[in-house]
Design a binder for this molecule. Structure first.
Ligand code: ACO
Length: 373
């Protein structure tokens, strides 16, 4: 006799891991990363401190931080094989997320004999180098060599633009990367955990995770969210534009979340970082239009989807902040991956230490008893 078990589409509400990495409370809009509320740490820590915290469950002391930062900086350069592959991919004009997935898959080359901590450092160090190198290849330019004197976030901006950016811009990037560094058992993190749960390796895990992050229901929304603000163009156009989309049954990118039923705390942190950046720049026009779009979208979503509590998610404020940092929309999702990769790896360590092979089951709903003719 076959038995069926309760089916939870999308595994909604199913607990599939115990973690010390981060906790999300979607009812009160709280995100705790390794014991710190997001608002407490995101705009203060460096990326190196955040990665250390995610992997060691405590902040480093001064010596540990210096050594960890030094090791990361030394590991930034890509192998000639990765670079020449990225150059070929650029001729095909593949999207940056695809290039990151392809480049990430090569990171095991020459590193297959190293321990998992050293491999994880190389992965975190090289994700920004892959994105920046590919971005320059796409536009027919030579990649800029990483600068080991610069911190992780400053060096990423430097490799993308060729300029050493101001402290304000570096702090904006650092706040962004920290804010998205971990978020409990989201789809890409779950993917990474599933992969290492089989005894597979960290490079395979982050390569699969990039694939999961790419989708528009996960990390692929900030580009379209910003495009929407640009298409709207003016405050008067906001409501008619959004109503038309909702009347056509379309989703508004940057709104709604599986877990958050109030405003995503990451949207709050990034919105504030964006406000500071646009204010420092002296041109608040785009920021103010985006605020108008956000306010109108939340109120229309309440009207069109009553009871769903659809609020602003991280992607909307991401778009505003990363645009303010001078990034093209095509770089938004890859930059999300540059931030999230430290979290993926922290979850992988946890899974490798405590986890069990992840192997759920399915209820068969197909035919039986078919006869070969
Ligand atoms: N715009 C319009 N309607 C929406 C939106 C939205 N942004 N989000 C959800 N809804 C509606 C759905 O159409 C559905 O309505 P229905 O019941 O009348 O059919 C209802 O709300 C519930 O939607 P689900 O897809 O079941 O909710 P779920 O929890 O699975 O969705 C998701 C979460 C995928 C993020 C969704 O809100 C969405 O598609 N948002 C837009 C894309 C986006 O911003 N993605 C980034 C998410 S943040 C991140 O992953 C980092």
């Amino acid at each position: 006799m076959t038995t069926t078990s309760e089916y939870r589409p999308g595994l909604e509400g199913v607990v599939a891991a115990e973690t010390r990495m981060s906790r999300v409370n979607g009812h009160i809009g709280e995100l705790i990363i390794r014991g710190y509320e997001l608002e407490e740490i995101a705009a203060k820590a460096t990326v190196e401190e955040m990665a250390y915290l995610l992997w060691h469950d405590r902040l480093p002391d001064a010596d540990e931080l210096a050594q960890f930062s030094y090791r990361l900086a030394k590991k930034r350069p890509l192998s000639p094989t990765t670079l020449s592959l990225l150059k070929s991919v650029a001729k095909e004009k593949a999207p940056v997320m695809d290039a990151l997935r392809i480049g990430a898959g090569t990171l095991s080359l020459g590193l297959d004999a190293v321990g998992s901590r050293e491999l994880a450092e190389a992965i975190v160090a090289r994700f920004p180098t892959i994105v920046a190198a590919y971005w320059r290849f796409l536009y027919g330019q030579q990649p800029i060599e990483p600068d080991s004197e610069l911190g992780h976030a400053a060096n990423y901006l430097y490799m993308l633009t060729g300029k050493r950016q101001s402290l304000a811009l570096v702090r904006g990037m650092e706040t962004y990367l920290n804010t998205v560094s971990d978020h409990s058992l989201n789809a890409s993190t779950f993917t990474a955990r599933v992969i290492v749960s089989t005894g597979s390796d960290l490079v395979s895990a982050v390569t699969g995770a990039v694939g999961a992050l790419k989708g528009p229901l996960h990390g692929g929304a900030p580009g379209p969210a910003l495009d929407m603000v640009f298409e709207i163009g003016s405050a008067e156009n906001t409501e008619p534009y959004l109503r038309e989309k909702l009347d056509n049954g379309e989703r508004l990118m940057g709104f709604g979340h599986r877990v958050y039923k109030v405003r995503d705390p990451r949207a709050v942190v990034l919105g504030e970082a964006a406000r500071k950046m646009y204010a420092a720049d002296g041109d608040m026009a785009l920021y103010e239009l985006a605020k108008e779009v956000e306010k109108t979208a939340v109120s229309l979503l309440a009207e069109y989807k009553p009871g769903r509590n659809l609020q602003t998610n991280v992607e909307f404020s991401t778009a505003l902040l990363l645009h303010g940092l001078g990034l093209d929309t095509a770089l938004f999702s890859p930059t999300f991956a540059v931030g999230r990769v430290a979290g993926w790896l922290g979850h992988c360590f946890e899974q490798m230490e405590n986890g069990r092979l992840i192997r759920p089951k399915s209820n068969y709903v197909g035919e039986t008893g078919r006869v070969w003719q």
